[in-house]
Every structure is written in structure tokens, then in C-alpha cells.
Design a protein around this ligand. Structure first.
Ligand SMILES: [Zn+2]
Length: 196
């Protein structure tokens, strides 16, 4: 991951009423304002501003140590016009957007699950989180009064991307009440309820 500092030119102006200390030309000093920003793989936020001074007439570059008092006013003016842009906050913006969409899709999934739990059907297949990002499946065998009887897969828990290979059920039979299932769902432990 790239960690460092980027810079982007935001302003470029010839400053009038200031003479070049090198060639004495008036209005020839080109001042370019750069906005620097922190990068952690992507731009994170703006940090300092720098101004680069060159003379368009004699081509001399003036490093910060050679800036005269007269030029300094121009530098301050360019700094005040140098503003960050929105993409310099790209990483925090993307983070907020991804968290929001992740949250919205988990809310939508949880509400779809509720309607399937309320009208449970034989053959529904539940993908349930059993541990930290490990999942297992169980299939609804039958419903008796308030008890929903499941057949577990009998296989060991797996990561989500491997769940598609878990398609047979020869494990233990277990019983849940609707209340248990709704609790699991509100705890975001039910990843998916497949119905064919
Ligand atoms: Zn000059």
C-alpha cells in the first residue's frame, strides 16, 4: 500500500506590481499554489499548501529560502487561493459510502429473512454463522406446532465463498422455535434463507 504525500497544482498566476529580483521585469513572477494531501493507498485528507515561484522572463526558480518580503505578499495571496478538492478526501468518503451500503443491504436482508421465518416452508435452507465468519447450513425438515425441525449439513463450517458446495444434509436434527430464529436473525447470524 502506498503511503505518502501527494500534491496537486490548484492555482497559477502572474503576480502584478512585483519585480523579479533577478531580471527586474515587472509582473513576470509566476506563482503556482500546490495543495498537498496525505495518501494511504488513496488520498485521505489535505495537509499543507506550498507555493512555487519562477520568473517567466528569466526562467529563474526561487526556492522558499530566497523569497523576498515583497514576494512573500504574493505567496500569501496564492496560498489563500489554493483550496483542496473533494477527491483529496477519497478514502474517508469511500469508507462512509461502503459502510452505508453494507448497513443498508444487511438491514434489507434481515427484513427479507423475517418474512421467510414467519411463513416457514419445508425445504428452506438456512445459512447460519457458527463462529467468526464461519458458516454452516441447515434445511427445514418439517414444522410441528411451534417447533421447526432442521436437518444440519453434517459438514464442518466453512467460509461464505465455499458455502455453494454445501448442498447435502446428513447431520443431526435440531429444533428451533420461531422466536429462536427471529433472535438469530436480529443478531445478524442468519446470512441467507434459500427457498426453491
Ligand atoms: Zn526574472
Amino acid at each position: 500500500m502506498l503511503i505518502g504525500k501527494g500534491k496537486n497544482k490548484r492555482v497559477a498566476e502572474h503576480i502584478q506590481n512585483i519585480k523579479c529580483p533577478s531580471c527586474n521585469e515587472s509582473g513576470s513572477l509566476l506563482m503556482e499554489g500546490y495543495q498537498e494531501f496525505l495518501i494511504l493507498g488513496l488520498p485521505v485528507f489535505p495537509i499543507s499548501k506550498t507555493v512555487q515561484v519562477t520568473c517567466s522572463a528569466c526562467k529563474k526558480y526561487f526556492p522558499p529560502s530566497s523569497i523576498t518580503n515583497e514576494m512573500y505578499r504574493g505567496v500569501q495571496y496564492i496560498k489563500s487561493k489554493t483550496k483542496p478538492t473533494v477527491w483529496m478526501y477519497l478514502l474517508p468518503i469511500l469508507t462512509v459510502v461502503l459502510v452505508f451500503f453494507g448497513w443498508r443491504s444487511s438491514v434489507r436482508k434481515a427484513s427479507e429473512n423475517i418474512s421467510k421465518i414467519e411463513k416457514v416452508k419445508t425445504g428452506d435452507i438456512y445459512t447460519v454463522e457458527t463462529g467468526d465468519l464461519y458458516y454452516n447450513k441447515m434445511e427445514v425438515l418439517f414444522v410441528k406446532d411451534d417447533a421447526i425441525i432442521f436437518h444440519e449439513s453434517g459438514q464442518s463450517s466453512a467460509k461464505l465463498k465455499e458455502m455453494q458446495y454445501m448442498d447435502s444434509f446428513y447431520g443431526d436434527t435440531v429444533a428451533y422455535s420461531k422466536k429462536d430464529l427471529l433472535k438469530l436473525n436480529s443478531d445478524h447470524k442468519i446470512e441467507e434463507i434459500e427457498r426453491h
